[in-house]
Design a protein around this ligand. Structure first.
Ligand SMILES: [Zn+2]
Length: 117
């Protein structure tokens, strides 16, 4: 049985978490933005002085443009979940990247030690 260090086990579970998110979770790279708007109906409270309507938009970057997509009230939980899943993915990728950098640095240190001996 091979022995694993705590770091190796942590890395393994991070990769598993990453795979699980990619395989089965909905993902959106974007953020929710709330905005006050007028609806355009002349009889509405928002037309005169009353409070405006609070609307939620999904802000997504496409190339160097930012697009805004209106999110209906009942779709907000789904979009929030998609954004959170994407964030988890980014966090897990950052952990794996950092671990791989540490491996590279420790290999370089070992090689430098060997060449000095
Ligand atoms: Zn209105």
């Amino acid at each position: 049985m091979p022995e694993y260090t705590a770091n190796e086990l942590a890395r393994e579970s991070t990769r598993k978490r990453l795979s699980r998110i990619i395989e089965s979770k909905p993902l959106i790279q974007g953020s929710l933005v709330e905005s006050l708007r007028t609806c355009g109906k002349k009889g509405c409270r928002c037309y005169k002085e009353g409070p405006k309507h609070l609307s939620t938009y999904l802000s997504v970057r496409q190339g160097n443009k930012r697009i805004m997509v209106h999110v209906p009230e009942d779709a907000i939980p789904y979009v929030k979940e998609c954004i959170a899943n994407h964030q988890h993915l980014q966090d897990a990728l950052a952990i794996i990247s950092r671990d791989c950098m540490e491996v590279l640095i420790s290999k370089k240190r070992q090689r430098n030690k060997r060449t000095k001996e």
